[in-house]
Write a protein that binds this ligand. Structure first.
Ligand SMILES: [Fe+2]
Ligand SMILES: [Fe+2]
Length: 416
C-alpha cells in the first residue's frame, strides 16, 4: 500500500496534463481523487492530439474605451500582458477571472501608457478581463492562455500594413471571422515610425477590435526606424536593462515555436549579441522539441518582386542569417519588405513573403527557381496547425483564397 502511494503523484501529473489541459501544478488532488483512475483507464497519452480545429470567431465592435486598447501583448501558458493608453495619467487597474463574477484585481501606478502583467494563470484557459482606472472600467473582453500540448489552432499573419489604413482595415474582419489565436506581423507596421500619429492611425485604430482579444507579435521593419514608439507601445520579454532586445524574442504555442528576429539590428557577426541570441535560442528545449519552428523577420533573403527591379533580397541575411536558421531547424520563414506574396522552398525551409498588409504593391522582377508562387496583391495568410501538419492559406483583400499548401511535421521530435 505504501508503495502505491509513492506512485500516485506521478500518475496524477500525467492525468492532469492530458485529461484537463488547464490543470496546473497548483491544482490540488488528494489520494481520494485518485480512486481507481489509471493511465490505461483514461486512454491518456500526453502526446495524443485530437485533430479537431475549434476556432471561435472574434466579434468586431467599434467600442473605443481608450486612445489605444486595451490590447493583449505577450502571452504564455501561465501569463499575459494587457496594455492601454489614456489621455492623462490614471491608475492602472485590471480585473480578471475565469468568469465575470469571481475576479482578481491588479492595481498599478498612475500612467498614460498602461502595462499590466498577469501571472499565475492556467494553460489553455479562457479568462475574462476588464481594464481602467478603478473608477472607470471597460466592458469585459477575453483572452486565452497558450496550450502546453499539441492542440490544433489557427494563427494569422501579414506585414507591411504601412500608410494605407483603409486597406489594412479591410483585412481585419476577414481575420476576425477565422478566429485565430494570435497574429504575426513581419514589420513595416507604419510608414514612418518616428511619427506618433502613424501608430495611432495605421496600427492601433485598425487592429483595436482584434487586439482586445488576441496578441499581436510584431517584428520591427525598416519603416519603424527603430523608433522609441515600438518599445513604448509593445511589450515583449527582454533581458533586464536592455530595452533594445525587446525587438527580438520567442514564444511557444502548443507544438509551434516562433522566433521573432530584428533584421534591422542584426549585425551578421558571431560577436553580435542578436546573432548569439538566435543561435542560443534555437538550442532551447522549447525550440528543439517543437513540432514546427517559425522565424519571423522583416527583410527577406530572396525576393522575386520589388518596386524598381533593382533588388533581389538582403544579401547579408542570405549569407549570414539563413544558414543559422537552416542549421537551427527552422521550418518556415515569414518575411515582409517586398509588398506582395511569395512562397518558395529552399534547403527544406519554406520561405514566404507576406507583405500585402496595405502598403503600395511591388511587381515581379526576378525569377528565383525555388520561389514557386508569387502574387503581388494585398492579402494576409492564416495557418491551421493540426496534429501533424500546418495548412497555410493565402487570402486576398477581396476574400479570395489564392494559395494553399501544407507543411507536415512530427511531434514530438527533436529538431536535429
Ligand atoms: Fe514595406
Ligand atoms: Fe520594409
Amino acid at each position: 500500500m505504501k508503495k502505491l502511494n509513492v506512485f500516485i503523484p506521478f500518475i496524477l501529473i500525467i492525468i492532469s496534463s492530458c485529461g484537463d489541459e488547464s490543470g496546473s501544478s497548483s491544482d490540488s488532488y488528494t489520494s481520494d481523487d485518485a480512486g481507481d483512475i489509471s493511465v490505461t483507464d483514461t486512454g491518456c497519452d500526453i502526446y495524443k492530439c485530437d485533430n479537431t480545429l475549434n476556432t471561435v470567431p472574434i466579434e468586431i465592435t467599434d467600442y473605443k474605451p481608450f486612445i489605444k486598447g486595451p490590447y493583449i501583448m505577450y502571452t504564455d501558458t501561465d501569463s499575459t500582458t494587457i496594455m492601454w493608453e489614456t489621455e492623462r495619467p490614471e491608475p492602472s487597474v485590471v480585473d480578471f477571472g475565469e468568469n465575470q463574477i469571481s475576479l482578481k484585481r491588479i492595481t498599478g501606478g498612475s500612467e498614460q501608457i498602461h502595462e499590466v502583467r498577469i501571472t499565475g494563470l492556467r494553460p489553455d484557459t479562457l479568462y475574462y478581463y476588464r481594464a481602467g482606472s478603478g473608477e472607470f472600467m471597460t466592458e469585459f473582453f477575453t483572452f486565452r492562455t497558450n496550450p502546453n500540448l499539441n492542440k490544433p489552432f489557427r494563427f494569422a499573419a501579414y506585414s507591411d500594413s504601412q500608410n494605407h489604413p483603409e486597406r489594412h482595415s479591410k483585412l481585419i474582419p476577414m481575420i476576425a471571422k477565422l478566429g485565430p489565436s494570435f497574429i504575426l506581423h513581419a514589420g513595416d507596421a507604419v510608414e514612418r515610425g518616428w511619427e506618433e500619429e502613424r501608430w495611432q492611425k495605421e496600427i492601433f485604430d485598425v487592429i483595436r477590435p482584434l487586439a482586445f482579444f488576441i496578441p499581436y507579435y510584431f517584428a520591427i521593419g525598416n519603416h519603424e526606424a527603430n523608433s522609441d514608439y515600438y518599445y513604448k507601445y509593445f511589450s515583449y520579454p527582454y533581458p533586464e536593462n536592455d530595452l533594445q532586445h525587446e525587438s527580438y524574442y520567442w514564444f511557444r504555442y502548443g507544438a509551434v515555436f516562433v522566433i521573432v528576429i530584428d533584421s534591422e539590428k542584426y549585425l551578421f557577426g558571431t560577436e553580435d549579441p542578436e546573432h548569439k541570441w538566435v543561435v542560443q535560442t534555437l538550442k532551447k528545449p522549447e525550440a528543439v522539441w517543437a513540432g514546427i519552428r517559425i522565424a519571423v523577420f522583416h527583410q527577406s533573403a530572396y525576393t522575386d518582386g520589388w518596386g524598381h527591379c533593382d533588388y533581389d533580397g538582403n544579401l547579408q541575411i542570405r549569407s549570414s542569417l539563413i544558414p543559422v536558421l537552416e542549421k537551427g531547424g527552422i521550418n518556415l520563414i515569414l518575411n515582409g519588405h517586398t509588398h506582395g506574396y511569395e512562397r518558395g522552398l529552399l534547403n527544406g525551409v519554406y520561405h514566404m513573403i507576406i507583405g500585402g498588409g496595405g502598403g503600395d504593391l511591388d511587381m515581379k522582377c526576378n525569377d528565383f527557381p525555388f520561389i514557386q508562387k508569387t502574387n503581388y496583391v494585398h492579402h494576409f495568410i492564416y495557418g491551421d496547425v493540426l496534429c501533424d501538419k500546418v495548412r497555410i492559406t493565402a487570402v486576398d483583400i477581396d476574400g479570395n483564397a489564392f494559395d494553399e499548401f501544407e507543411i507536415p511535421f512530427e511531434y514530438p521530435q527533436p529538431a536535429r
